[in-house]
Structures are given as structure tokens and as C-alpha cells.
Design a protein around this ligand. Sequence first.
Ligand SMILES: Cc1cc2nc3c(=O)[nH]c(=O)nc-3n(C[C@H](O)[C@H](O)[C@H](O)COP(=O)(O)OP(=O)(O)OC[C@H]3O[C@@H](n4cnc5c(N)ncnc54)[C@H](O)[C@@H]3O)c2cc1C
Length: 367
Amino acid sequence: MRVIIVGGGIAGLATAWSLQKSGVQVTLLEQGPLPNPQASSVDDHRLIRYPYGPRLGFTRMVGDAYAAWDEMWADLGERHYVETGTLVLGGPADAYNKATVATLAHAGHTVDWLTEAELARDYPLLEEAAIATGGFRMNSGGALRCGRIVQALARHLAFLGADLRPHSPVVDVDPVLAQVTLSDSTRLTADAVVVTAGAWATKLLPALASTLTPSRQVIVYVAPPPETVATWQRMPMLLNIGENNAGFYLVPPIPGTGLKIGDHRFSRTGDPDAPRTATIAEARAVLEQCRGQIRNLDAYRILEPKACFYTVEPHESFVFHQQDKLLAVSACSGHGFKFGSIIGKTAASLVQGQRDLAEVKHWATGV
Ligand SMILES: Cc1cc2nc3c(=O)[nH]c(=O)nc-3n(C[C@H](O)[C@H](O)[C@H](O)COP(=O)(O)OP(=O)(O)OC[C@H]3O[C@@H](n4cnc5c(N)ncnc54)[C@H](O)[C@@H]3O)c2cc1C
């Protein structure tokens, strides 16, 4: 069997990894360099953690994703994961956290609710207001070093003989013929085409625009006050999510990376091909999300605001759209990297007719 994959982010590369293990001949077309720094999948890190609000399916999927990452590390001979643990801010009175903990319990995970005194003792960088509200801790959760992962996957696939073609923008897909047309008018045909084009998916397949919206997201790297650096290096990831997926997430500095803060809210605007500069004002707005949560916030210096793109699906589900010999996959809504390993395996199974589309679509809702 021969399969063409369009897009070399984590979804495309992990699909290629899984297909190649089954003996499928893979051609992967990437519009830019491979990896492409414009892709969602290329940054220092992406978080993986069990707390997922009331979504039992996603909570369970995290365990499956961890297993698939382990399988990938074994194949790559490299492990690109740093466990930090997870601290979720907000007490048991918070409806979202209450639902999260009930769902975690259903999936077999226990959490440590922390008293005010325990939070003050263990996390002195938190503001009194955050400490008074409460929170819970899990030992699991950490950072997937995403840029290194996609680089290692591309290297591994090339070594095993996959046909990887950077700088090969696809401008058209024919689902019936399983044929793609490149910008230089070259046509390539296979037995199936998988489109994993991230935030560009709706440009190539406009029919997906009814489901997927590109979303420009700003993150900020900050320099904490020097006297707090050593403490930050021992901190878990911080999540302050709450209802409607508002709030912030914070990635503590793991070796070779800085302190990163991101905003859970979706912008649902922007063009992934437009200039990517983010302003200091935008970065400050992200940092302000931490006001009342992190002590002495005004002493944190903005180092690097960054704009990045992903697509948003209204229910934050993943998308598996099959039409004739085309499978379009969107690992979207700002939470797809952690599941990249399992999404690649799932896409590979669908292409090979080993899983049922309706069952996969339900799985992808994370309910
Ligand atoms: C700021 C930010 C923070 C995030 N944090 C987290 C997190 O903590 N945890 C988590 O799990 N997820 C997180 N995510 C989401 C995660 O990064 C994405 O869900 C995931 O990387 C999407 O992977 P992908 O392969 O679908 O898309 P991408 O990585 O964007 O890859 C798509 C690729 O397709 C290529 N392409 C597009 N069109 C064409 C074409 N026509 N021809 C050829 N190639 C094409 C693109 O150049 C690109 O390389 C975050 C995302 C962002 C932006």
C-alpha cells in the first residue's frame, strides 16, 4: 500500500511512523522545511496531563497516549518527555474542578486536594488569593519536548526509507483518485491521501471550514525575579482552567527552556500565513491572566511574545473526515499534541481499514 501524507506536524509524522511500521510506503509532503517552525507542533514544549474537566474520554485517552509515546520513544531510541507533575488551581467549590476530580476518579486516578497551609508551604510563589482558593496536585503530567520530537521522527522516518519532501506545497487533492497536485503542477497518486495540514487545513479543504476555525494564539516567555528561579525549576505545571476553558497555563522552566505562560481562550481569528509577530501589549494581556495567582507579578519581565496557530473545533473534538480515498485529520483546539502519538496510530488504522470511522469519530469527541 502507498499513502501520501500532506503536512509534517505531529499528526502527519506520527501517522507516517505508524503506517511505516505496518509496511506501508509513505510519501510525506510538507509545504515548508521539515519540521516547519510555523507549525503548531514546533516549539519548546507541549503539556500532557490527566485533568480534562468532565471529558472522561479525553481523560482515558491520556493514558493511551502515554503508552503510544512510550512505543515511539522505543522506536526512536530517544525519550523527549520531562515529568513536572500538575498543580490545578481552584478549590473543590469550583464546579469545573469538582467535575474534573470526579471524572479522574471514574478513570481510576486520585488527586491530592491541598489545604491552604499545604499550598502556602509547598508553593510560596503563589499569591495569597490563589492559596486561599485551594487546588489539587497530581504527580503525573509533564512537558513533551515537541520540537525535538518532530525532528527525531523526521530523522527516523528518513532513515527507514520514507519519502519525505519538504518545500512541497500541495494545492489540490482529488479524493477519488487519491491524487495530489503540488504548486509546481506535479501530480502524485497513491492508494490513499491523509491530510494533516494543521491550521492550513481549511485552505486546502474548504469544506472543513464549517467545522474548523484557524485561531491565532499568543504565548509569552518571561524572566522571573532572580531569587525565584530555583523555586520555579522545582514547580509543577500550573493550570487555571475553569468554566469555558478560560484562564491560563504555565510551563515551569525545564532544562534548556524558559518559563512559558499561555492563554486558554481561543482567538478564533487570523491567517496562519500572515506575519507572526506578537506585540508586548498582547504578551502583557497573557501575563495579566496570572494576576492574583502569582506573587509579585510586576517583577516578571516579558522576554519573548510569540504568536502561534491552531484550528478550533466548536466542541474541542478532534476531526477525522473520510471521503473516498481521502482522510483529513485535525488534532486541533490547542490540545492535540499530547495525543499526537495516538492520533497518528488511529489515522494509520483508519487508512488501512482496521478501525471503524463512526467509532473513531465518537472516540475523538473525548466524551
Ligand atoms: C501556543 C500553543 C500551545 C499549545 N499547547 C499545547 C499543549 O500544552 N498541549 C497539547 O497537547 N497541545 C498544545 N497545543 C496544540 C498542539 O500544538 C497542536 O494541536 C498540534 O501540534 C497540531 O499538530 P498538527 O500536526 O495537526 O498541525 P501542525 O503542527 O501545524 O502541522 C501541520 C503541517 O502541515 C503543513 N501544511 C499545511 N498545509 C500544507 C499544504 N498545503 N501542503 C503541504 N504541507 C502543508 C504545515 O506547514 C505544517 O507543518 C498548543 C498549540 C499552540 C499553538
